[in-house]
Design a protein around this ligand. Structure first.
Ligand SMILES: Cc1cc2nc3c(=O)[nH]c(=O)nc-3n(C[C@H](O)[C@H](O)[C@H](O)COP(=O)(O)O)c2cc1C
Length: 211
């Protein structure tokens, strides 16, 4: 009988490292990818607006398009099971009602609280300057991206966050409205076929201060 033990949280974070070559034979099923994204989307977000959107690029055709957009990260594109493109929806304000309705439906928020909060949020965000909305969304997208990598790691997969790609072209290349969906990063994911490199971190005493 084989037993599988779940890695501890400490193992998961300590063992994660960027992997840039994967076993091309290993395909993550759509079902498991949905579980990874489900876990990742438990990340907190400003006003719980969850502005992240995911494009799971795992078909040959999708990868072919990406090759041209991520020229300096070809091996990850070619060998990974999938590359998840993380975008933010700059119009996430439009999903406020849906999110808060869901909270009421699931019994985690009283209806009167929703009825006060939804207009308050919409009112607060309606005139927010785009750079501010963008900054807010990008913070949220960073949190969800880290959770994708940790969820994958805990399941025995490896990842690589990738910022080296053509941000100005990627939305349109996949038929997304460019002004609305802004790319944040790519995350390649698959079964590791290399050890990767150890990397160092600054000592905490140099970067943290107690007051
Ligand atoms: C936002 C972001 C963008 C990155 N872009 C790239 C990239 O384009 N290509 C690449 O090979 N690695 C990329 N990396 C990976 C970093 O080089 C790596 O995370 C860092 O050196 C620390 O190593 P580790 O991930 O193994 O801990 C990126 C990482 C982050 C967080």
């Amino acid at each position: 009988m084989t037993t599988t033990t779940q890695p501890t949280y400490a193992q998961t974070v300590k063992e994660r490292r960027s992997i840039r070559v994967y076993d091309p034979q290993v395909k993550i099923s759509k079902e498991e990818m949905m579980e990874i994204l489900d876990e990742a989307a438990l990340a907190p977000s400003s006003l719980n607006l969850q502005p992240w959107r995911f494009l799971v690029i795992d078909s040959e055709e999708g990868k072919e398009t990406l090759k041209d957009l991520a020229k300096f990260n070809q091996r990850q594109v070619e060998t990974s099971s999938a590359v998840i493109a993380v975008f933010v929806d700059m119009q996430s304000i439009e999903t406020t009602q849906e999110i808060y309705d869901l909270a009421v439906e699931k019994g985690v928020m009283p209806a009167d609280v929703r009825d006060r909060q939804v207009p308050a949020i919409q009112n607060m965000l309606k005139d927010i300057p785009r750079p501010e909305m963008r900054a807010m969304n990008f913070i949220d997208a960073g949190l969800v991206s880290m959770q994708i990598m940790l969820s994958a790691q805990a399941r025995g997969y490896a990842t690589n966050p990738i910022g080296g790609f053509e941000k100005a072209r990627i939305a349109e290349a996949y038929g997304l409205e460019k002004d609305r969906f802004e790319p944040v990063m790519l995350i390649s994911i698959g079964k590791a076929a290399e050890e990767g490199y150890q990397s160092v971190r600054l000592p905490i005493e140099n970067i943290a201060k107690w007051v």
